[in-house]
Design a protein around this ligand. Structure first.
Ligand code: GLN
Length: 548
């Protein structure tokens, strides 16, 4: 590590899961940035998967893809949305990744005959990851997944304990996020679970420096003093983290409750100047004053687990911010649209725009195709993302070109694989190869790829430039050689890979707004910099609502 002045903030969670540690970390990153500091955020995940790429979205929610092609935890999406700092492969570390590193070193004989143990070998590998790939950042924020007390997270807690000893308290701060439950019958916020959680941490040799207490109610001063006394910290370092109406209020709320001031005090940094939170104030003002509401239908398979669409939900919201309109998402389970007899106009009434997002597998695919056909015929704005774009190709082939057999190799053997498995393609790293029986983990077309936009196309006017870079995560591609007839019937491939082999964007010029993209634009949208496709799509949906 060349940068010797970098400071680490380790964020742990206690009492219960789902405390919003990811958002808390992202928000802290945002306020430190507002104070002029350069930040990096990292997630240390205790599960045994090498990455979340092979996990079901039902279990783990969205898999967030970075520019450099890593499949990572969805918290990295929060980090990027709040700080604008592109996440990297090195920013998500899992137990699986640590163990595979340690085991391959052992196989190579790198440990020179030593007995390999959790302490020191696994903890050393964790520390190495934490200290790696740091340039000129002032702060590196490391969130530790899971809840203190979990068996799985022990090596991570032990590693940060060791790091504090090695680089000293002036370079490391322990921030613990806890919950203060409100017991109605007693009319009180309870501090005991927080005390226990801190005790648990202390038992592992980690004394928190700052406590961030999630609460539905204001924390009375005497409760703060009590927490401070029992948890062995200063009363000022007990920070109230009251529930907010919008996640984009959180940075302001934390600042108002002194979180950044406490961090600066802890590290002996000057705090005379106030942070520049104008970006967040602006977003909050728009949210508070937005008028009108439009309904966007998202037709997907994972609608019972909406964390699977985390970035998409945010990107749609950002599109609303740029049009000063509130967007309500209506979740539509694609399987419910499978039945040809279903009355789509009734089912999709009040919907001003339809999104078919990314997805995998045959189940529900025909329901999505029915929704796409409806959007195309009824002139409802439509955005197809990744799988949604592939299905838009199949819909057009089947219903406009009467190619009834048109299908995707993802659904099994087909005579007309309009969507086929890609076995060879060019990336910035050179030629990438894959076969039908490659491992599932890490073998999709992943990460940022350039895309050329067709002159005079609708998408070029939306992006307002000719070359874009967007993030991918898919195994199948539109089989360009089989689509020569599309353009004569009104569907144009208006974005292509630079070597002209892979269609990346489709559009129907003779439709108010019909765009399919092979990539995931939602991954790059920020509240302070909404993605142009979402701004434009929401604008078109707003226009559609005015026609009703
Ligand atoms: N299942 C499709 C593929 O692998 C689409 C993936 C996605 O939507 N992310 O190509």
């Amino acid at each position: 590590m060349k940068n010797t002045s970098v400071k680490f903030i380790f964020i742990t969670g206690g009492v219960v899961s789902s405390l919003g540690k990811g958002l808390a970390s992202a928000s802290l990153g945002a306020i430190l940035q507002a104070r002029g500091f350069k930040v990096k955020l990292r997630k240390l995940d205790p599960y045994l998967n090498v990455d979340p790429g092979t996990m079901s979205p039902y279990q783990h929610g969205e898999c967030y893809v970075t520019d450099d092609g890593a499949e990572t935890d969805l918290d990295l999406g929060h980090y990027e949305r709040f700080t604008g700092v592109p996440a990297k492969k090195s920013d998500n570390i899992t137990t699986g990744k640590i163990y595979s590193t340690v085991i391959s070193k052992e196989r190579r004989g790198d440990y020179l005959g030593a007995t390999i143990q959790v302490i020191p070998h696994v903890t050393d590998a964790i520390k190495e990851y934490i200290l790696s790939d740091i340039s000129d950042e002032d702060f590196v924020l490391c969130e530790i997944g899971g809840t203190v007390g979990d068996i799985e997270s022990l090596p991570f807690i032990e590693a940060i304990r060791q790091l504090r000893n090695e680089i000293g308290p002036s370079k490391t701060c322990f921030l613990h996020v806890t919950l203060l439950p409100y017991i109605k019958t007693a009319g009180e916020l309870k501090t005991k679970p927080t005390q226990h959680s801190v005790k648990e941490l202390q038992g592992m040799g980690v004394q928190p420096d700052i406590l961030l207490c999630r609460t539905e109610n204001i924390i009375p001063e005497e409760q703060k003093s009590k927490i401070a006394l029992f948890c062995n910290i200063k009363s000022d370092a007990v920070i109230e983290a009251l529930d907010c109406h919008s996640i984009y209020q959180v940075p302001i709320s934390y600042h108002n409750h002194g979180l950044d001031e406490q961090i600066c005090n802890y590290f002996n940094l000057k705090v005379q100047k106030k942070p520049d939170l104008s970006r967040w104030i602006n977003i909050n003002n728009i949210e508070a004053t937005s008028e009108g509401i439009i309904n966007i239908g998202i037709v997907g398979k994972y609608t019972s687990m909406i964390d699977a669409y985390k970035s998409l939900i945010e990107a749609v919201h950002h599109g609303g911010l740029s049009n000063k309109i509130r967007v309500k998402i209506k979740w539509i389970d694609s399987e419910t649209l499978e039945d040809k007899k279903i009355d789509l106009p009734t089912h999709l009434k009040d919907i001003n725009g339809i999104i078919v997002p990314g997805g995998f597998g045959q189940r529900g695919a025909n329901g999505k195709i029915n929704a796409i056909e409806f959007a195309r015929n009824k002139h409802i704005p439509f955005l197809g993302i990744c799988f949604g774009m592939q299905l838009a190709v199949l819909e057009f082939a089947r219903n406009v070109l009467n190619l009834n057999e048109a299908s995707s190799s993802e659904f099994g053997k087909t005579n007309l694989p309009l969507i086929g498995l890609l076995t060879e393609w060019n990336s910035s790293k050179g030629k990438e190869l894959r076969s039908a029986d490659s491992n599932l983990g890490g073998t999709m077309r992943l990460g940022a790829y350039n895309c050329k936009l067709l002159d005079g196309s609708f998408v070029k006017s939306i992006y307002n430039k000719g070359l874009i870079s967007e993030r991918h995560r898919h195994r199948y591609e539109v089989n360009y050689e089989l689509t020569s007839d599309f353009v004569n019937h009104g569907l144009v491939f208006s974005g292509m890979s630079p070597d002209n082999s892979l269609p990346e964007i489709l559009e129907i010029p003779d439709h108010p707004w019909f765009v399919g993209v092979q990539f995931h634009p939602e991954l790059k949208s920020k509240p302070f910099d909404p993605h142009p496709l979402f701004s434009s799509f929401i604008k078109a949906s707003l226009n559609q609502s005015r026609l009703l």
